[in-house]
Design a binder for this molecule. Structure first.
Ligand code: SF4
Length: 557
């Protein structure tokens, strides 16, 4: 019953065992027939949802017979069975008695009785305090012993004749080991494996399915012995096991990562509880599966790959402005340079400790490797700025100049302009051209604005920022005004260039791009917008948009 879509397997044999089903059916039938109140001697099963539901119907569990008020109604013996002495006591109450002892438990009563009549002692491998075992002991004629496992055999006397049986829900391996150990202490030993067939089936499928699962969810009452035993068995086969009573205990973080999840349940767990658990697990996993593109995008943005791509886009725009020819290696250089420096200066990446060095060093080496394709006036400053930029965090601690108000945003903008404008211009002999300086100014203003706006978002997210951030040093209002003034100045310059008929097609398109820049400011300043993957996507998206417009300008005009 494997659901291939989400890797959830529900045990085919999960749900009430036949004995429990019969007991539940009988109390519900009695209640439907109006034979109330219905008293069960002890809880029918150890499952809170079921016992709550039964109580609502007037079916009450009692521990002592005197709790049956006015001796009216029906007494129900649960599936675990009771001792013959207690049975007589129950019958003597003068109340209607319904015996719902599971036939498979009755079979064990008979086996014990048969050998006890012949003078055999009885050893029961099971839980001493469990209702079923207490009932079994009642048939041993005072010559019964209970052991939990083979280790406890040393506490037993030597037997002339002994009959070894098991609690019906015992783990088979434990029973067989214990029985062999008892045999060694007896002249005559009869071993009766009385583990019931439904339990054997459940254990068999559990062993098969749990060992190939990454997570097993065992559904059932925390006080249910057979559920606890099932959970223990699963723990020996699977690295992670959750024992829960209902779907409310499921957390998304527990069930999203495991590839295969096996859901099983104790004999006292109703199928509707199992179904609810399975449904919740499946729906959470399906919802998560739908979100995987968002997770991938989050990874790309968080790891600065998107920002690096935005830098390549700005390089393209600035190359169009400065008149530099397209060169794929220059786009790659921008990507690698900005990736390395942004990653190295990420506060989160510092927490990654050793792991953070791998992308930084890899990015740095690849940046230098790409820069070496060019003249010394490209690769030498690239190497110097790369080292200084990567070491900005410790350098800022040591050099007060680097902690001056707003320096971080200025250096960030200069770093971007170095790789987006200087390197293309230097590699193509355009350093002295006016258009290169214009492109430099354009890029500087855009990246400075971007840096301030991102800082504002980081502030709303309670990220600790130093005064080297413009926003932190001058406050929110001053930052907002500065960004608006820059947008206005940039727009004014572009309008003037348009009137001068200087690269009018491209300038016109970049003027359209100002709409995007203005919308970033409006978005950021309306309400307290914390820095998120979505906001970073939107803010850096302006470079992608501008590159698209610059590309269109080349095609249209
Ligand atoms: S576990 Fe087995 S013996 Fe016990 S009630 Fe269920 S079917 Fe009967």
């Amino acid at each position: 019953m494997k659901d291939k879509n989400n890797g959830v397997i529900v045990a085919p044999g999960a749900g009430f065992c036949p004995g429990v089903k019969k007991a539940i059916d009988s109390v519900l039938r009695l209640e439907a027939e109006g034979k109330t109140p219905v008293y069960t001697i002890g809880p029918l099963i150890h499952n809170k949802q079921v016992t709550d539901m039964l109580e609502q119907k007037g079916i009450r569990a009692i521990d002592e017979l005197k709790q049956a008020e006015n001796k009216k109604g029906v007494l129900v013996i649960r599936a675990h069975g009771i001792t013959p002495d207690f049975q007589k006591e129950v019958q003597a109450q003068g109340m209607e008695v319904v015996d719902s002892t599971c036939p498979l438990v009755k079979r064990v009563h008979n086996v014990i009785n048969e050998y006890a009549e012949q003078g055999y002692s009885t050893v029961i491998v099971g839980d001493g305090g469990h209702a079923e075992v207490i009932g079994l002991l009642g048939y041993t004629r005072g010559k019964g012993y209970v052991i939990a496992n083979a280790d406890e055999v040393k506490n037993l006397p030597h037997f002339d004749k002994v009959n070894v049986v098991s609690q019906t829900t015992q783990k088979e391996e434990i029973f067989l080991k214990a029985a062999e150990a008892v045999k060694a202490k007896a002249d005559t030993c009869v071993i009766n494996n009385t583990i019931c067939h439904p339990t054997k089936q459940r254990q068999k499928e559990t062993v098969e399915l749990a060992k190939s699962a990454d997570l097993v969810i065992v559904v059932g009452g925390k006080h249910s012995a057979n559920t606890a035993r099932l959970a223990k068995l699963c723990g020996e086969l699977c690295p992670k096991v959750l024992h829960i009573e209902s779907e409310e205990e499921i957390n998304a973080e527990d069930i999203l990562l495991p590839k295969t999840i096996f859901i099983t349940a104790g004999a006292s767990t109703p199928n509707w509880v199992i179904d609810k658990v399975a449904q919740k697990v499946k729906s959470l996993r399906q919802a998560a599966a739908v979100k995987w593109p968002a997770k991938l995008w989050g990874f790309i943005v968080d790891n600065t790959l998107y920002t690096a791509f935005a830098a390549s886009c700005l390089t393209y725009v600035c190359m169009r402005l400065s008149g530099a020819k397209n060169d794929i290696k220059l786009f790659l250089l921008s990507f690698l340079f900005i990736f390395t420096l942004t990653f190295a200066n990420k506060k989160d990446s510092v927490k990654l400790k050793n792991a953070f060095f791998i992308p930084v060093i890899t990015g740095g080496v690849l940046t230098l490797f790409t820069a070496f394709n060019y003249h010394i006036r490209v690769w030498l400053p690239t190497a110097v700025f790369l080292i200084l930029g990567a070491a900005a965090y410790p350098l800022r601690k040591k050099i007060p100049l680097l902690r001056l108000p707003g320096t971080k945003d200025i250096f960030t903008a200069l770093g971007w302009c170095f790789v987006c404008v200087y390197t293309p211009a230097a590699s193509q002999g355009l350093l002295m051209s006016k258009s290169a300086w214009l492109a430099f100014t354009y890029g500087l203003l855009l990246v400075f604005m971007r840096s301030v706006i991102l800082s504002i978002g980081a502030g709303y997210k309670d990220i600790m920022l130093g005064k080297e951030n413009f926003y932190k040093a001058f406050g929110l209002t001053a930052s907002k005004i500065t960004v608006w003034l820059m947008i206005a100045a940039l727009t004014a310059v572009l309008v003037q260039l348009l009137f001068m008929d200087w690269k009018s097609g491209l300038v016109f398109m970049l003027l359209l791009g100002q709409v995007y820049t203005i919308s970033i400011a409006v978005y950021t300043y309306r309400g307290r917008k914390p820095r998120t993957t979505a906001s970073e996507t939107f803010i850096d998206g302006q470079f992608l948009f501008l590159a698209f417009l610059a590309f269109l300008a080349g095609r249209i005009f």
